[in-house]
Design a protein around this ligand. Sequence first.
Ligand code: GLY
Length: 356
Amino acid sequence: MQTIKANNYSVYFNQEIYSYLNEILLTDAYSKVFVLVDSKTSEYCLTDFLANIATEVEIEIIEFEAGEQFKNIETCFEIWSALTDLGGDRKSIILNLGGGVVTDLGGFVASTFKRGIEYINVPTTLLAMVDASIGGKNGVDLGNLKNQIGTITTPKAVLIDTQFLATLPQNEMRSGLAEMLKHGLIQDKEYWNKFKNLSSLTTVDLDNLIHQSVEIKNTIVSQDPTENGIRKALNFGHTLGHAIESYFLENEEEKQQLLHGEAIAIGMILESYLSLKKELITNQEYQEIKYIILDLFERVEFSSIDIEKIIDLLIHDKKNEFGKVQFALLEGIGKVKINQFATNELIISAFDDYKN
Ligand code: GLY
């Protein structure tokens, strides 16, 4: 698959990735290579990954516990300390081998350790391949508020080996699919149409869909790396989706576990409803979006109290400006209108419609 050029790095696929990696490890004079993994990628991906690396440079593994609840500054402290204890310096490089938590947190650790060292993302989940590893935003959660602390620092490269998906559970695959659906909805109607019949998907089809998704995200990010304008389109489904995700994380004792993409899928339905009510999409488009998403993602229960608390959380959304909650809404399928607002009443009616 063809390499995709981003602003100041490239995204390599499958057979190209290890030749690229081994080449730079030979030519770029790194003092040490750190491979950052979580407990899941340590178990399922690390052995295969290391077997493909051929280098004289010393490799150290740093591992932390898997899970969104460990995407915090305490984990960063541990990793910064491990880097220090293991002799990390400004010529060290970190290879982030994992899902979105590893690439987001690892990118943040790298961009702050000794004022910034190089890092490469090696995403192992569908979500990380099509979204989290691309674009340079990194960071950690602050309590239950998602990605409140972080930087925008691009990786040296992103290496996508879709073979890692072989060990990924179904719900994690679906989670990634949500971001791919979003890419179609915001930018490419033809791409969205491909998701109308997913029953006979081959590995090659999936590889092609991943490649297209990365292209869509990269095209948007390249035009606006620091999110002052068009990059906000990528936030479609995420204003409400992030609030829902935070709320479920905050109430993990009573609530089911909700993966990022599962929360975003709900957010996309709700925000499509807002688009409908603002007359930006037709009822037919709204029903199609709702039907396709609900065909893939089970409907989740929300009580009136849940909805009230989710709306309270919107105030902390980092996309807000001047204290106003901002939405990126659809303007037909394949186009987005950014900097949109919605009243609490309209948001509540979006939840009511989702429930039925
Ligand atoms: N790292 C995810 C993004 O930049 O959007």
